[in-house]
Write a protein that binds this ligand. Structure first.
Ligand code: AMP
Length: 341
C-alpha cells in the first residue's frame, strides 16, 4: 500500500480487512496458514507525486491504521520499501524481462492516466508493476491479498516469475520463484461519496478509518444517492446508490433486505437511510478508533515496530537476492581451488 496518509474505507474493504484475515487464518492443524509481510510502498508514491516531504508522517499514519485494524507486527513484519535495497535491485533485473508494450497494455495504468488526467507518463510509472513484482517475489509470496485493480499487476508478476525461472534455473532449487495468485475481497471497488468514482484520497470522496461518529455522519450527509429519488417518498434504486453499497458492507443482512425494500417502495427517505448507514459504519470502526488512540499515545512503539519489521524484511530479501544472483551467475569469482591448480 502506498503511504498516502490516513486510510479510507476503500483501503479497508479492498485490502486491509483481507490482509488481517490472511494473517490470522489457521490451517486444519491449527497452525498459521500463511506467513504474512506488509509493505509500505514509498517508492511507488513517486509514480504520481514527486513530493516526499510528508512521506514519513504519511507512512506512520498509515501504519497506525494497519495496527488499529489488526495487523499484528509479531506475526507480520511491516516495512518501508525504500529501506530494503533489494527491491530496487530486483526491479532492475525484472525490468529486462518484460517489454514496454506489455506494460503499456496494463488496464490499471490506463485507468489511472484517465482518472488523474495525466498527459504524459514517466518511465518509472510505466514500470510500476515491475517494481510491484519485485515487492511480491522478494518475499516469495504465493498469495497477494489486493483490490481487483491490482489483478493485472499480479498477472505481470506471474509472467515475470515464469520468465525468470525459465531463463535462470537455480543449480539447487530449480525454480527460484513461485507464481503468486491474487486474493480479492468482495468489496474491492468501494465507490466514493460522490457516487461516481472509486473512493480515493485524490478525489476527496472518502470516509477515513479514523473519522469519529460525528465526522462519519457529516460526510454521509453529503453522499450522492440515487439521482432519480428526489423527494423522500419517491421510489429509489438501491443498486445505483453509493449509500446502499456501504449498507451492503456495513449493515447486518437481516436489516439490509428491509432497507432495499423500503427504499424501492418509497417508504425510506435518504436522510434516515444515511443516518442508519453512518451509525453502522461507526459501529464497525469503533474498535479501530480505540486501538488507534492506543498507538497514537505510543508513537515510539510504532517506530520500533517499523524498524523491527525492516530488520526482518532485510533478512528475507537478502536471502532471495542471493538465490537470484546464484541462478544468474552474477558475482562469480575464480575460486581459490582454481588458483592452486
Ligand atoms: P493504493 O493506495 O493505491 O496503494 O491502494 C492500496 C490497496 O487498497 C490496493 O489493494 C487497492 O486496490 C485498495 N483500494 C484503494 N482504494 C480502494 C477503493 N476505493 N475500493 C477498494 N479498494 C481500494
Amino acid at each position: 500500500m502506498r503511504p498516502t496518509g490516513k486510510l479510507h474505507l476503500g483501503h479497508y474493504t479492498g485490502a486491509l480487512e483481507n490482509w488481517v484475515e490472511q494473517q490470522n487464518l489457521l490451517d486444519e492443524k491449527g497452525a498459521r496458514a500463511y506467513e504474512t509481510c506488509f509493505l509500505i510502498a514509498d517508492y511507488h508514491n513517486l509514480t504520481t507525486s514527486l513530493e516526499t516531504g510528508e512521506i514519513y508522517t504519511h507512512s506512520l499514519d498509515m501504519l497506525v491504521d494497519w495496527l488499529a485494524a489488526g495487523i499484528d507486527p509479531e506475526k507480520s513484519p511491516v516495512f518501508r520499501q525504500s529501506q530494503v535495497k533489494e527491491h530496487a535491485e530486483l526491479f532492475l533485473i525484472f525490468a529486462m524481462l518484460i517489454t514496454s508494450s506489455r506494460l503499456e497494455r496494463n488496464p490499471t495504468l490506463k485507468e489511472q492516466v484517465r482518472d488523474l488526467n495525466m498527459d504524459s507518463l514517466t518511465y518509472g510509472h510505466l514500470g510500476y508493476p515491475v517494481l510491484q513484482s519485485a515487492d511480491i517475489l522478494l518475499y516469495k509470496a504465493n498469495v497477494v491479498p489486493v483490490g481487483d485493480d491490482q489483478i493485472p499487476h499480479v498477472e505481470i508478476t506471474r509472467e515475470i516469475a515464469r520468465k525468470f525461472n525459465n531463463q535462470y534455473p537455480h543449480p539447487l532449487l530449480g525454480e527460484v520463484f513461485a507464481e503468486p495468485s491474487p486474493k480479492i475481497t468482495k468489496f474491492s471497488r468501494l465507490v466514493g461519496l460522490d457516487g461516481k468514482a472509486k473512493m480515493s484520497k485524490s478525489l476527496g470522496n472518502t470516509i477515513l478509518l479514523s473519522d469519529n461518529p460525528d465526522e462519519v455522519m457529516k460526510k454521509m450527509r453529503m453522499a450522492v444517492t440515487d439521482t432519480l429519488k428526489i423527494r423522500k417518498n419517491d421510489p429509489g434504486h438501491p443498486e445505483v446508490c453509493a449509500v446502499y453499497s456501504y449498507h451492503s458492507k456495513f449493515t447486518p443482512s437481516a436489516q439490509l433486505e428491509n432497507i432495499a425494500a423500503d427504499c424501492r417502495a418509497g417508504t425510506l427517505g435518504c436522510v434516515d437511510c444515511k443516518k442508519l448507514c453512518a451509525t453502522n459504519i461507526s459501529q464497525e470502526l469503533a474498535p479501530l478508533l480505540e486501538k488507534r488512540r492506543y498507538y497514537e499515545e505510543r508513537m515510539d512503539m510504532v517506530t520500533d515496530i517499523l524498524l523491527d519489521g525492516e530488520k526482518k524484511a532485510k533478512r528475507l530479501a537478502h536471502a532471495t537476492m542471493q538465490e537470484v544472483r546464484a541462478a544468474m551467475r552474477l558475482g562469480e569469482t575464480t575460486s581459490s581451488n582454481h588458483h592452486s591448480n
